[in-house]
Design a protein. Structure first.
Length: 234
């Protein structure tokens, strides 16, 4: 019971990192004509991918985390020339991407607002956002470490992991619950938020992408000049 309470606490903290990433897709899904199907598929994608990552950690927790951590530390503190070149190229691509996207949208004016809003597409989007956030999954590593230290028998470790992930997606499930319990009121609110999100999101995304591109290019060039932009540990 003690372990379960600890996992619930860590899971709630961990879920805070997912909410900002998931808020726009969830708002758009819940403001659509198939709110439960689309939002439910998104949450399912998040849940399945995070569970799979947890199983990898659980099956080889010490070896995996040690190898993964050592690789990240080496890449951060002692990148090789090829890795720096790739970093700069990725940064340049990010800098150019808003311009390229604007050209593609003006070249194909007003194609029907794509129904890429299928349950499968939402599930893939949810899983992709989890993969993007994995480098910051420190609470998850702590939770898996607690499970391993507890030395559960049989499938108990997997059961703990499933419960943890259920807590992780609980805020997203609560949004679906609100939409289901108050279909008219919540529907109007989510539709308004979805319209606002879709108008603001492209501009916000462009700013974030350009800033990230600038950081990657400046840091990569800084390594060649002996003054990396991002801090490293000696």
């Amino acid at each position: 019971m003690g372990l379960l309470l600890v996992l619930v606490a860590i899971g709630l903290v961990d879920s805070l990192s997912m909410v900002p990433l998931a808020l726009v897709p969830m708002t758009v899904a819940l403001g659509s004509r198939r709110p439960v199907a689309l939002a439910g598929s998104f949450v399912a994608g998040v849940y399945v991918v995070y569970v799979c990552f947890g199983l990898l950690l659980l099956l080889g927790a010490e070896a995996f985390t040690a190898h993964f951590g050592a690789g990240l530390a080496r890449l951060w503190n002692q990148p090789q020339v090829l890795e720096l070149v790739i970093q700069i190229l990725v940064g340049l691509l990010l800098l150019a991407s808003p311009w390229l996207m604007q050209r593609s949208t003006t070249a194909k004016p007003q194609e029907a607002p794509a129904t890429g809003n299928s349950p499968a597409a939402m599930a893939v989007l949810g899983g992709s956002l989890v993969l993007v956030g994995l480098p910051g999954a420190v609470p998850y590593l702590a939770a898996v470490e607690r499970i391993v230290q507890h030395d559960p028998q049989g499938l108990a470790g997997v059961a703990y992991l499933l419960v943890y992930n259920l807590i992780f997606v609980l805020p997203l499930l609560s949004l679906i619950g609100l939409r289901f319990l108050f279909p008219q009121q919540a529907g109007r609110i989510f539709q308004s938020l979805a319209s606002l999100s879709l108008s603001v999101l492209p501009k916000l995304t462009a700013v974030v992408v350009v800033v990230l591109g600038l950081v990657l290019v400046a840091d990569g060039i800084g390594w060649f000049l002996g003054h990396p932009l991002l801090p490293v540990s000696s």
